[in-house]
Each structure stands twice: as structure tokens, then as C-alpha cells.
Design a protein around this ligand. Sequence first.
Ligand code: GLU
Length: 371
Amino acid sequence: MIARLSNASRVVVKIGSALLTDSETGRLNRSWLQAFVEDIATMRARGQEMLIVSSGAIALGRRALKLPSGKLKLEESQAAAAVGQISLAQAFQEILSAYGRNCAQILLTLDDTEERRRYLNARSTLNTLLKLGAVPVINENDTVATSEIRYGDNDRLAARVASMMSADCLVLLSDIDGLYTAPPSEPGAKHLPEVSDITPEIEAMAGDAASEMSRGGMKTKVAAARIATDAGCNMAIANGRTLHPLRALEEGARCTWFTARQTPVAARKRWISGGLKPLGILTIDAGAVRALGQGRSLLPAGVTAVTGNFERGDMVSVRDVAGAEVARGLAAYSSDDALRIIGHNSGEIEQLLGFSGRAEMIHRDDLVLKS
Ligand code: GLU
């Protein structure tokens, strides 16, 4: 089970405000952050791609702005986030740079992971940052997110990020070491080391809103587990109230693992091939059919015709000249733009469209071949 973390190739780790800030003074818990970032740097140096989802902006900003304790009004928490996010990012930047890593700040709103066109953009930027060795530090863009357009909590945000990035491991660092059959303070409450199926019983164990506080927000964590495991990502709820929490987890610290039944690649391909209805057809030449068979992306040069009306990020059917479906995938260009670049080399795209888009018509990660 431990190997789920040390063998993972892409890991998302979520840390909550309670770990990052001192509950009494509201100050950043720097020694904790230092030890946590050292764990991240160690894993990164081992070749694992690491993404951090960090809360704490509101907690830090509320202290700086001297806002009263208790529940904040929406505008107050948005203002607090605007102020606090700066110190949060600065702390990560300072500590990560001591390990020779660049820190990349990413602030997301719900649409960035739910709306396909924006999702492709966010994913591609994050992929580039990971390739360049940077460590993305992600938070919700609280300053502009109002209730209708909010993730609402960083547990679910972290799960959406893990799913969008096809991560194979998500760790939610919390103030509790996992899921229990009943509130841990009750006699007979048992710790669950592994959950392979999120049944209604498991959901009931996470409690309802009334008992949420005493269970460390278990409800949103189980909701996050559903999103992550559906996307092929194993997820752990682990205790972060220790220095070097990731090292502790690798050394066998108690936690609850929610196990995925498939790999992220299989989950993504299923998502692409199932459910969505193709909104257009790209007809491709024999050379492109061969290239796709070898696992390559579809380039504009290999496309001979475009039919249908679609936007960037929409699903299209890829067919050979005889009309047989070869693959399905998410188009990197709208049908209007596709019509202007087909048959051309990728190097000519900027000149043809007036902006520099992606080199691929459909990236291989967004393509599923018909078997
Ligand atoms: N995005 C919020 C913040 O940075 C935290 C939300 C959460 O912890 O669930 O303060």
C-alpha cells in the first residue's frame, strides 16, 4: 500500500489551512511548511511529478487585514484571499527555491476544470510547468469565485486537479489519520485502512454536515475520493500534523487509502470514448492513420477534410478516406480554424490563423483509437 505513494509518477498533495497556519495566532506555520516542502523536493528529485493544492489564503489574509474572528462575509473572505494568497505564494517560492525548484502559482475557478476548452488550456500549462521541473502551487481563485461558481473546498478542487492531470496518487493531508467507522471519540470506532468501494455505508461514516466538524470535514474528503478514484487515481487521507508528513506516509504511517479500479489513462480514454457525442468528423490520409497506430498525435498536415460544427475541446470522430472510424478525440481547434490549417505543416499555423495554437490537431493524450 505504501508503494502507492512512492511508486506514483504524478502526485497531487492537498494541505489545509489548519496545517499551514497556527490556529491561535493565524500566522504561517513556517517550520511545518519547510519540512513539508522538503518532502516534496525529495520526491521531485526522485523523478516524481509533484503538484500542491494549498489552502491558507483566507486564513493568512484575515490576520493581515485584522478581520474579526468568526464567519466572514463573502466579500470579506474574497478580500482576505487576495491579500493572503501573496504571502502564501511567497512562502512557497522562498522555500522551494532553496531546493532549486521554481514555484508556479495557479489560481483556478470551477470552469477551468469543468469546461472543456478551458480545461485543455489549464492542463496544457500545468503539463508544461511539470516538464520544466517547476512545482505548481494551486488554490481556488477565491477573489473572483462566488458561491455559484465555486469548488467550495480544496478537497474537491484537489480531486478535480488530480483527475484533470491524470495523476495516479492524491494525498489529502488532514488533522486526522483517515476514515473511521464512527466519530473517533466514540468507543468502538474503527479506523479503515482501505476503502475499495465507496458504498452508501462509507458515505454515512463520513457523517453529515452536523458532525462534519468533529470528523475533520470527512464528507468533502469522501466526495473527493469518488472523483479521484473514478479518474483512476488512488487517494489517501493522512495525518498532516507531523513534520515530514509525506515521508511518514511512505514509512507506513496510518492512513485510509481509497483505491482506484483502473489506471488514469484507462479512465481518461473511457471518458473520451464514452458519453460524449462526436460533433464533427476529421478525415485523415493513410500516413496519418499509420502515425495514429504508432501512438502519435494527429497533425493538421494529415487531415484531408473537416465536417460538422465544433469548438476547441469538443469531441470529434476521426475517419479514414473510406469513411471507417479510426479514432475519437478532443479537437485542439474549432471546425472553422481546422478548415484553415488542414493539409498544412504545424509551423504554418500562426501565419494562417494569426495566433500560435497547438502543433497538434488532436494531441495523443486526447485520442482513443478504435480497437
Ligand atoms: N481556498 C481557501 C483558502 O485558500 C480554502 C478552502 C479550503 O480549505 O477548503 O483559504
